[in-house]
Design a protein around this ligand. Structure first.
Ligand code: MSP
Length: 507
């Protein structure tokens, strides 16, 4: 079974927090992957949403004197608003309080129940509301949850359990054979190591909670928030129990998540899919955390960075570039405004902005903007064409591995090379000497190089790419180009149109 659509997901965000730079990182990456696969000519679907059930959210609503639904409506709208302001182009936004999602959760749970993977049992344990999970005594530090610094509650209830242990062998095989891909490699090893220690069955329902999806086979209990939430990846693309309907999109090609929720996604989620006999996602990528002053981002610490004000100050493309160029995707990264400014002033304004500005200005000055393809060039010109070809190849290899930093470094090789080409060929001298023939070749190469750069940076900096495209006077839009077909010398002729500088330096 193969899907015909590149399907990428973010986790769905808890509505008891507001969108910050960490959530933005995950969502931006999904948006980049969508755009990358689009310029490779593929159909795509990008799903995100909000996680709205559970005790944490019930309690957060109570504090603000709102019903849980009113509370969720407000924050879900806020998430949508922020993503829209940041230009994040999702195709589906699933809320776990959507009726269609709740029905889907019931279908999946009923299937698990009918197949004998769910049973009832007594449970007693230490429950952390912050984590929405039971902790073991070993997890605690000085009697407190290490993440939330709160004392877990002793809960005893009769719950339904999912036979997670039944999938240990199967999961081991899938992970070891690479059929289930977890990236980066060190995360796969982490999961494998823990898996080898054994799997225990997990409780998948709560008897004392009201704010959740009622179990279809026992309406006195609601589904555990994590089981409910994971099913969003199916409900968000219209799963209603009939596999045929949603096969064009499922399985997911890439599920993006942060390192804190690795176990749920890499073990519990695949086990649930195996149990209901649905194909597994093709790959899961576990990324690192953005910290501020090397501390976790949190409201209580007062170090939340608002993505909207950042993008108002610097521009969304600058923030996207900064995030992907500075942090190595997969590892943690300590956020700072200084790093944004450094990237903006050097890579963006000095290198890329300047290259476009001087190329378009010279094209105007020497040829009234009109650039025409020239066949014969010197060795130096062939070197530029070869470099563009190599950069494209490298870029694709890196983007396919989600190695965004390296992909950008690769594009910048061409940016830097073209700036050097300007110095080497000195068009102003050629003009003075009246060497129009050579000057025309040099100008063509600069414009053709910039056309390559526009297409390559499009997934990461869509507005900048279109801005370059327009200043080069190219037809159609950059987003409609096909990366696979991109080759040197395709440009026949164009008339450039100078616009505003791409970037404003920051002091
Ligand atoms: N609701 C669950 C996910 C359920 S998916 C079936 C959840 N929500 S969350 O809002 O807490 O986190 C959502 C995503 O944001 C996670 O992938 C998490 O790792 C990521 N991030 C939250 N803070 C982050 C940083 N400071 N840095 C990078 N990513 C971070 O977990």
């Amino acid at each position: 079974m193969s899907n015909q659509c590149y399907y990428v997901t973010t986790p769905i965000y808890y509505v008891n927090a507001e969108p910050h730079i960490g959530h933005t990182y995950t969502t931006v990456v999904a948006d980049i992957l969508k755009k990358y696969h689009q310029i490779k000519g593929e159909k795509t679907f990008f799903l995100t949403g909000t996680d709205e059930h559970g005790l944490k959210i019930e309690q957060a609503a109570q504090k603000t004197n709102k019903t849980p639904k009113e509370f969720c409506d407000e924050i879900a709208a806020k998430y949508k608003d922020v993503w829209q302001k940041l230009g994040l182009d999702y195709d589906g936004f699933i809320r776990t309080t959507d009726l269609q999602h709740e029905e889907c959760v019931k279908i999946v749970l009923q299937k698990l129940y009918d197949k004998g993977y769910i049973y009832k049992n007594k449970y007693e344990g230490l429950y952390c509301v912050g984590c929405e999970k039971y902790l073991t005594v070993d997890d605690l530090v000085d009697g407190l949850c290490p993440d939330h610094k709160t004392k877990p509650e002793l809960l005893a209830e009769e719950n339904y359990f999912f036979k997670l242990s039944a999938f240990q062998e199967k999961l081991l095989k899938l992970l070891e054979s690479g059929e289930l891909t977890i990236l980066p490699d060190f995360r796969r090893n982490e999961v494998l190591g823990k898996l080898k220690l054994g799997l225990e069955d997990i409780s998948i329902s709560r008897s004392q909670l009201k704010w959740g999806v009622k179990l279809p086979f026992d309406e006195t209990q609601v589904a555990y928030v994590w089981v409910d939430a994971l099913i969003n990846y199916l409900s968000g693309i219209g799963f209603n129990g009939d596999e045929k309907l949603f096969n064009e999109i499922w399985p997911a090609d890439m599920q993006i998540l942060g390192k804190d929720i690795l176990w749920f996604h890499c073990i519990i989620w695949p086990a649930m899919l195996l149990a209901v006999e649905l194909p597994l996602p093709k790959a899961l990528f576990v990324h690192g955390f953005f910290t501020v002053n090397n501390q976790k981002i949190s409201k209580t610490l007062g170090n939340v960075v608002d993505p909207v004000s950042l993008s108002e100050e610097f521009g969304t493309d600058v923030i996207r570039y900064f995030m992907l160029r500075e942090a190595t995707f997969g590892l943690d990264y300590d956020f700072s405004i200084e790093a944004i400014k450094r990237r903006l002033n050097t890579d963006l304004a000095n290198d890329l902005g300047n290259l476009l500005n001087r190329s378009v200005s010279m094209a105007n000055k020497y040829f009234e903007g009109k650039i025409v393809k020239k066949e014969d060039g010197e060795l130096l010109d062939k070197e530029i064409a070869l470099q563009a070809k190599e950069v494209k190849k490298e870029y694709i290899e890196f983007m396919d591995k989600l190695a965004f930093r390296q992909a950008l470094e690769s594009i910048w090789k061409l940016v830097v090379r073209l700036n050097r080409y300007v110095e080497e060929t000195a068009p102003w001298k050629l003009s003075k000497e009246g060497n129009t023939e050579r000057l025309a070749i040099v100008m063509y190469n600069l414009i053709e190089g910039l056309r390559h750069i526009a297409i390559l940076i499009y997934p990461i900096m869509p507005q900048t790419a279109q801005n370059i495209w327009a200043q080069l006077g190219l037809k159609d839009e950059v987003k409609n180009q096909n990366l696979n077909n991109l080759t040197w010398g395709q440009l026949e002729e164009t008339t450039v149109a100078k616009g505003d500088p791409l970037f404003k330096k920051s002091e």
